[in-house]
Structure formats: C-alpha cells, structure tokens
Design a binder for this molecule. Structure first.
Ligand code: PMP
Length: 399
C-alpha cells in the first residue's frame, strides 16, 4: 500500500485551469482575458528595455552565484523602501521599516502571515475585502488565521461600498489584521480615493487594527507615487505598526523571476530590528533565502538614474495603453448600444469586474473563444487594437 494511497486530488486553480483550457483551444483568434498579465500591442509579455540592459551587463560580468542573505539583496530592499514609502520618508530616516526581499508578492504575504500568526497566537484574525484575489484567502487560512470579510464591491453601482466597508471595519476586534489593496484592486478594479483612505485609516487607528497593504500594481493606475497613496497616508497617520507586501511581477514585467518584498513598520528602530530578526527566521524556515537574478535586475534598474528613467517611461507607456484599452472597450460597447458598461472607465488597473454573468462568460468562451473568469473579471491589459473589436462584438452578442 502506497504512503500516498489516501491522497485525494486537489481542486484545480480556477485561473491557471482557465489558461490550460485556453492553450488547448485550437480555434484561431482565441483571446485570453482571464490571466492577470500585462501584454503589449502585439499581445506579448514585454521585456522592458532597462531590464534587458541590466541583464546584458550581468551576463558580461559573469558573477559567481553565491547565496543572497536570508532577507535578500541590501540595495534591493533599500530601493524598495524608497519606492513604497518615498525616498524622503521619516519612517526610513527613523529606521522604523524592516524589509526583506521575497519570492514574489506571494511569499511576502506568506512570510508575513506566518509571522503575524506567531505573534497573534490562537486568536489570529484577518479581514479581507469581498471580493479579493483568491490566494489571499488560501495564504492566510493556511497560516492559521480565521478569515473575516468586509464589504467592498457594490454590485448595483459597480463601485465601492464605502459605507459598508467602514461599518464592517468598525466592528472588528482590536488586533485584527485588515488586508487592503494599495491600488488597482484585484479583481474589481475599484479603489478608494485619497479622502476615503484617510477616513478608513483613521478608523483603523481608532479601532487598533493592523493595516496590511498588498501593493502588486504600483505604477499601473496613476503613477508610482500616486499609487502609493495608501502607504504614504498610513505613514503620516501616526499608526505605529503596519505591513506592506509588494510585488514587481507586473511593474517590471518579471513574473517568473519572482520579485517581491515584505516591509513591516514598527514604532521605532529597536522594534523594527526585532521584527526583521523574526522575518529572517520565518524565511529561513520556508526557503532559506530568496533567488538572486530578479533582485539584481530590479536593483540594477532602480539604482541607476538613467535606467530608472527609462523604466518609469516604459511603465508610463503601459499605464497609458491600459487606459486607452479601457476607454476603447467602453467606446466600442457604447457604439454597440451598450452604454451601461461606462462604469468600466471608472475602474483602475489591469482588471475590470465587467458585470458579465457566469452564463455570459461561458458563452464568450464557447461561442467566441474569449476567455474570462466566471466572476466576470476581465484583464483589460490583455486587450489590444487587433482584438478589441472582436471582444466588443462578442460582449454585445451575449448581452
Ligand atoms: N497580490 C495581488 C493582489 C496579486 O494580484 C498578485 C498577483 N496576481 C500577487 C499579490 C502576487 O504577486 P506575485 O506574482 O509577485 O507573487
């Protein structure tokens, strides 16, 4: 009898399963709006110019391949802190931020989840927006958290249920972790504005909650600083402790290099140093130390003024293209007699909760070879001038 005889098949990942079905689909002209990847006008994942330049100089340098420290590359961590908190942030000057490079934003979430669970003990609770990226639930449940939800998306307006959100946050017990999306909320594309952030932050401060910001799309909506509004307002709020998990998968188009970081803010330098020591023991117990190549690429770009300018420029181009595709989709749908989709213009980032039903999404796939999530989430960043008309026509046909 095999040791594994009783192991049952795990349910497939809905997003990755969709990609498998897409790849296997023989129909020409098939379109994948399911997965969260930015594609350029040619439908390809871009290799950013600044990244390519660093990669070429790394190849020439023929560096030996030693281990990175447990918390990763020092320059990468410092540059990450500057990007998230602002180069002139008092938090950085005061040494209040403990940062470690992680294996993508996913490991940042997992390392923080394990550490926060150790600190909170048995009663660890986290409140997650309804809806949220599916892996948020998986990561925190696996780490031993009790999962709670706060209202977020308003189906009727396709916008934010801010009153519901505040009401739900206001009922949480002190010490509850609150997971927040810095910008470009996945899956809805619905974000808080600065005034709403301010109000939510005051409430979290008053209720002694622990804000945990997931920043996976910095630079994809308004710009690098504007997309860090939540982090900057938290830093200025007087809240003593909060957490930021960030990912460079999208902003550097480095998905498979697994580049991210966890940053934990403490009340002072001493607290941050103790927290960093715990981050390190947590990382050590899971994967010892992060992978080096992607970190050299990101640090090489961010640390070089010329390459950084080139990266910011290209990122700005990606942002503009997403905005254009979003507007193009809405214009096309309005022209097709569907003005009710104009809310898509108010959503931000790579995703839109299109409001399409499960049945409509299934028809898109069966009749038009257009793949979207059954929740109605579409990836606007996978649209381009060549496929936009087909998508508009298909949505019009199922509407
Ligand atoms: N958080 C959110 C909200 C995301 O959408 C993603 C990526 N889909 C991540 C974290 C994880 O990022 P990474 O791929 O870098 O692990």
């Amino acid at each position: 009898m095999s040791f594994f005889a009783s192991v049952e098949m795990a349910p497939g990942d809905p997003i990755l399963g969709l990609t498998e079905a897409f790849v296997a689909d023989p129909r020409p002209g098939k379109i994948n709006l399911g997965v969260g990847i930015y594609c350029d006008e040619q439908g390809k994942i871009p290799l950013m110019k600044a990244v390519r330049d660093v990669e070429q100089s790394l190849a020439k340098a023929e560096n030996p391949r030693g281990y990175l420290p447990i918390n990763g590359l020092k320059a990468y961590n410092e540059l990450t802190q500057q990007l998230l908190f602002g180069a002139d942030s008092p938090l950085l000057a005061e040494g209040r931020v403990a940062t470690a490079q992680t294996i993508g934003g996913s490991a940042a979430l997992r390392v923080a989840a394990d550490l926060l669970k150790q600190t909170a003990g048995t009663g660890a609770k986290i409140a997650i927006s309804n809806p949220s990226w599916g892996n948020h639930h998986v990561v925190f449940r696996t780490a031993g958290f009790e999962l709670l939800e706060y209202r977020y998306y308003d189906k009727a307006t396709h916008g934010l249920d801010f009153a519901g959100m505040l009401e739900d946050l206001g009922k949480l017990e002190p010490g509850t972790v609150v997971l927040l999306h810095a910008c470009c909320h996945n899956p809805t594309g619905v974000d808080l504005d600065a005034a709403q952030w301010q109000q939510a932050i005051e409430l979290m401060k008053e209720r002694q909650l622990l804000p945990f910001v997931d920043a996976a799309y910095q630079g994809f909506d308004k710009g690098l600083d504007a997309d860090a509004t939540a982090i900057r307002l938290l830093a200025a709020s007087g809240i003593e402790a909060f957490v930021v998990a960030n990912s460079y998968s999208k902003s550097f188009s480095l998905y498979g290099e697994r580049v991210g970081a966890i940053s934990m803010v403490g009340r002072d330098r001493d607290e941050a140093a103790r927290v960093l020591s715990r981050i390190k023991t947590t990382i050590r117990s899971i994967y010892s130390s992060p992978a080096a190549h992607g970190a050299y690429l990101v640090a090489g770009v961010l640390g070089n003024p010329e390459l950084r300018a080139s990266w910011e420029d290209e990122l700005g181009g990606m942002r503009t293209r997403i905005h254009e595709m979003r507007a193009g989709l809405v214009d096309g749908l309005v022209a097709a007699g569907l003005p009710q989709f104009d809310f898509i213009n108010r959503q931000a980032g790579m995703f839109s909760y299109s409001g399409l039903s499960k049945a409509q999404v299934e028809r898109l796939r069966e009749d038009f070879a257009i793949y979207a999530l059954t929740s109605g989430r579409i990836c606007v960043a996978a649209l381009n001038r060549a496929n936009l008309d087909a998508v508009v026509a298909a949505i019009a046909a199922v509407s």
